[in-house]
Design a protein around this ligand. Structure first.
Ligand SMILES: Nc1ncnc2c1ncn2[C@@H]1O[C@H](COP(=O)(O)OP(=O)(O)OP(=O)(O)O)[C@@H](O)[C@H]1O
Ligand SMILES: [Mg+2]
Length: 609
C-alpha cells in the first residue's frame, strides 16, 4: 500500500496557521503595533489605506533589527522575547509566540525597512507567500517601518469574507484604542486614507483616555487606585451619569495587555450596584498589574483572553476597588464596600492559595478595608422617559397610513386573516403582551417585538426614498464626539438624512443637530444620536446586514416601546393594526417571533376534545 501522508510546504502550513492570528485587517494592526511597543518605541505611527484592505503600515522609532534578525523575524516560532518555557511565566512583552510576522507574511505582501541605531545602514526586505523576493541594504531612519499590502491576496475566500470598509475600520480603531490606552506614555498617530484620525502626544492615562474617547468624560471620571501586595489596580471608572446604554467604553488591561473578561466586567458592574440606571453600562479603563506568574496569557492566539491563577480573588479586588473609589469620591454618600457574601466565602478570599500568599493578601490595607462592614446604602435609580417618548409618538397622531398595506394575508398564516380582519385587542398582560382575538382563536403579541417590526419597516421605506418626517429642533443642539465617533457619524450622515436626521458637521468632532425624525422626543435629540452610534458600533460585527440595515435595526430597537410598559387601549390597537400592515409581521428584524397564535382547534386539543 502507498503511504499517503506528506508534510505540507511551509508557505501552506503558514497560511493555515495564519488563520488563527490574522483574521482581518485589525488583527494585523494589533500585532504590528504591539511589535513596535515591544521594540521600545516612544513614537508609533499607523497608516491605513482602505480600512487595511489595501495597506497597513506601522513606523516606529524602536530598537530596529539586524540584517539577520530582519530575515529571521518572518520565520514561524522566531522570537527574541522568550527562550524557554519558564520565560512564559515572566512575560512583560506583548508578543512571545513568534508567529505574528510569519502569519502576516503568509497572507499578505510585506515590505520591511529596519535599522538599529548603532548600524549605519538598514535592511530592506520584500516578502510574498512567505518567501523573500528582495533583500538589500538601505538607508532609513533608526527603528522599523513595516508595510503590509493586499491582505489575503492569495486566499480569495478570506478576502471575500472581509466586511465593509466602515466595519473593518471600526475594528482597526478599536485595536488602536486598546494599544494607545495601554501605553499612554507613547506617542501614537493613526492616519486613514491620508487623513489623520488620531494624533496622541504622550500623556497621563486619564489624558490619553480623553484624547481617545472625548473630552466629555473630563469631569465624569473617578480615579481608582489600590496598591496591594498581590496586585495593583489603577485607572478610572465613569460616574453613573457617564454610563452608556450599550456596552461602550469598557477596558481592562492586565500587565498592559488589553483583555476581554465578562467575569471581571461583572465585578465592576456589580460594584455600581443600585447606582446605575437600569440597562446602563459603566464606562471604565482599569489597569491591573500583578506578578506575571499569576496569569497565563497563552490560552488564545490573540492573547485577549487570559487565565488568572485565581480568578475569584481578582474579582473581589476589582469589585472592592471600584466600590471604594465611588465612595471616596462621593459618588454615593455612604457606600458598603464590603466584599459580597458569595465572594467572602470563597476559598480564594478566606484562604488564598498558600498560607504565605494568604498572609500577604490579608495584611494588605485594601483587604482590611473590605473585611470591615460599613453602612449599607440605597440609591434609587431614576430612569423614566421612554414611555413618555413613545406615548408622544403615538399621541401626536403619527400617520399610520404612511405604511403600505401589502397583502397581510399572504405574509402570515393566521386563519382569520384570509378575510383581512385585524385582530381585536382584548387586554395587555404583564405589561408586555397584547392579547388579541381573531375569528378563529387568539394571539399573544410581544409589544416590543411588534413595535420593532413596525418601525423597522417604516424606516426601511423611508431610507428607500419614501418620505420620512423630520422635526426641526427648537434650538440647534451641539454634539461633541471623539475622533473615532465623529468619523463614524460622518460615514452615516447620508443614511441618517434619509431617516429624518438633519446633522451638520462643524469641524473638530463637533456636529449641529438641526432636526431629528418625528418620533424622537424633544430634548432627546443628542442622546438619540449618541445611542445610535453606540448601538451601531456594537452591532457592526453582525455579518448578515449591510450598513443601512444595521442603522435601521438600531433605530427601530432604540425607538421601540419596551416590554414592561403599560399601554393604553388606543396604543395597543395602533400597534396591533400597524403590525398586520407590515410585510413580515410574524418575526422581528432579528428573527425572533412577534406573536404566538392559539387556534380554536389547538385549544380544543389541549382540553382533550
Ligand atoms: N517593530 C519591530 N522592531 C524591532 N523588532 C521587531 C519588530 N517587529 C518584530 N520584531 C522582531 O521580530 C520578532 C518576531 O515578531 P513576531 O511578531 O512575529 O513575534 P513576537 O512578537 O516575538 O511574538 P507574537 O507572535 O506573540 O507577536 C520579534 O520577536 C522581534 O524580535
Ligand atoms: Mg509580535
Amino acid at each position: 500500500m502507498i503511504d499517503i501522508i506528506t508534510l505540507l510546504p511551509d508557505n501552506i502550513a503558514n497560511q493555515i496557521a495564519a488563520g488563527e492570528v490574522i483574521q482581518r485587517p485589525s488583527s494585523a494592526v494589533k500585532e504590528l503595533l504591539e511589535n513596535a511597543v515591544d521594540a521600545g518605541a516612544d513614537r508609533i505611527q499607523l497608516f491605513i489605506t482602505d480600512s487595511g484592505k489595501t495597506s497597513i503600515q506601522v513606523i516606529d522609532n524602536g530598537k530596529g533589527m539586524s540584517e539577520t534578525d530582519a530575515r529571521m523575524c518572518f520565520e514561524r516560532h522566531a522570537t527574541s522575547k522568550i527562550k524557554n518555557i519558564d520565560d512564559l511565566f515572566h512575560i512583560r512583552t506583548m508578543g512571545f509566540r513568534g508567529e505574528a510576522l510569519a502569519s502576516i507574511a503568509a497572507v499578505a505582501q510585506v515590505e520591511l525597512k529596519t535599522r538599529r541605531p548603532q548600524d549605519e545602514l538598514g535592511t530592506f526586505l520584500e516578502i510574498e507567500n512567505s518567501g523573500v523576493r528582495k533583500h538589500e541594504p538601505c538607508a532609513c531612519a533608526p527603528g522599523t517601518n513595516i508595510c503590509m499590502k493586499n491582505l489575503f491576496f492569495n486566499v480569495p475566500a478570506r478576502r471575500n469574507f472581509l466586511k465593509s470598509n466602515a466595519s473593518e475600520m471600526r475594528h482597526i480603531v478599536d485595536e488602536f484604542i486598546h494599544v494607545a490606552l495601554a501605553f499612554p506614555g507613547i506617542f501614537f498617530s493613526l492616519t486613514s486614507n491620508g487623513q489623520q484620525v488620531f494624533h496622541l502626544e504622550a500623556a497621563s492615562p486619564k489624558q490619553r483616555f480623553l484624547q481617545l474617547l472625548g473630552n466629555q468624560y473630563n469631569t465624569k471620571l473617578v480615579p481608582v487606585k489600590e496598591v496591594t501586595d498581590y496586585l495593583d489596580i489603577d485607572g478610572f471608572v465613569g460616574k453613573p451619569e457617564a454610563a452608556k446604554k450599550t456596552r461602550g467604553d469598557q477596558y481592562f488591561f492586565v500587565n498592559s495587555r488589553f483583555i476581554r473578561s465578562a467575569y471581571l466586567n461583572h465585578a465592576v458592574t456589580s460594584a455600581f450596584d443600585a447606582l446605575l440606571p437600569k440597562d446602563s453600562f459603566p464606562v471604565y479603563a482599569l489597569y491591573i498589574d500583578l506578578d506575571p506568574s499569576q496569569v497565563d496569557i497563552n490560552v488564545h492566539p490573540t492573547k485577549q483572553e487570559i487565565k488568572f491563577e485565581d480568578e475569584k480573588i481578582i474579582y473581589a479586588f476589582v469589585q472592592a476597588a471600584v466600590k471604594h473609589a465611588l465612595a471616596q469620591f462621593s459618588v454615593s454618600p455612604s457606600l458598603d464596600f464590603s466584599l459580597n457574601a458569595g465572594i467572602m466565602q470563597t476559598e480564594a478570599v478566606s484562604q488564598p492559595f498558600t498560607e504565605e500568599k494568604r498572609e500577604t493578601v490579608t495584611a494588605s490595607e485594601l483587604y482590611k478595608r473590605f473585611s470591615q462592614k460599613n453602612q449599607a446604602h440605597l440609591i434609587e435609580p431614576g430612569n423614566k422617559g421612554e414611555l413618555k417618548h413613545w406615548r408622544d409618538f403615538y399621541g401626536s397622531g403619527a400617520d399610520s397610513s404612511q405604511l403600505s398595506v401589502d397583502s397581510p394575508e399572504t405574509a402570515i398564516g393566521i386563519p382569520g386573516f384570509e378575510n383581512r380582519q385585524p385582530p381585536t385587542v382584548i387586554c395587555q398582560l404583564l405589561n408586555t403582551y397584547i392579547i388579541a382575538s381573531f375569528n378563529n382563536g387568539f394571539l399573544v403579541i410581544h409589544q416590543q417585538h411588534a413595535h420593532e417590526r413596525i418601525l423597522f419597516e417604516r424606516y426601511t421605506n423611508a431610507i428607500q426614498g419614501k418620505q420620512s418626517t423630520t422635526q426641526q429642533t427648537l434650538f440647534p443642539v451641539t454634539l461633541e464626539l471623539s475622533p473615532a465617533d465623529s468619523a463614524l457619524l460622518q460615514e452615516l450622515l447620508p443614511e441618517l438624512q434619509l431617516l429624518g436626521y438633519r446633522i451638520e458637521p462643524f469641524g473638530n468632532g463637533s456636529f449641529i443637530i438641526q432636526g431629528v425624525p418625528a418620533d424622537v422626543l424633544q430634548g432627546n435629540e443628542k442622546h438619540s444620536v449618541e445611542l445610535l452610534l453606540e448601538q451601531f458600533k456594537h452591532f457592526s460585527s453582525e455579518l448578515k446586514f449591510n450598513k443601512r440595515e444595521k442603522l435601521i435595526h438600531c433605530m427601530a430597537r432604540q425607538q421601540a416601546v419596551k416590554a414592561g410598559q403599560p399601554l393604553t387601549e388606543k396604543e395597543m390597537k395602533t400597534v396591533t393594526e400597524e403590525l398586520f400592515q407590515c410585510q413580515t409581521p410574524s418575526v422581528t428584524p432579528n428573527g425572533n417571533p412577534v406573536f404566538v397564535e392559539f387556534t380554536d382547534e389547538q385549544l380544543l386539543k389541549m382540553f382533550g376534545r
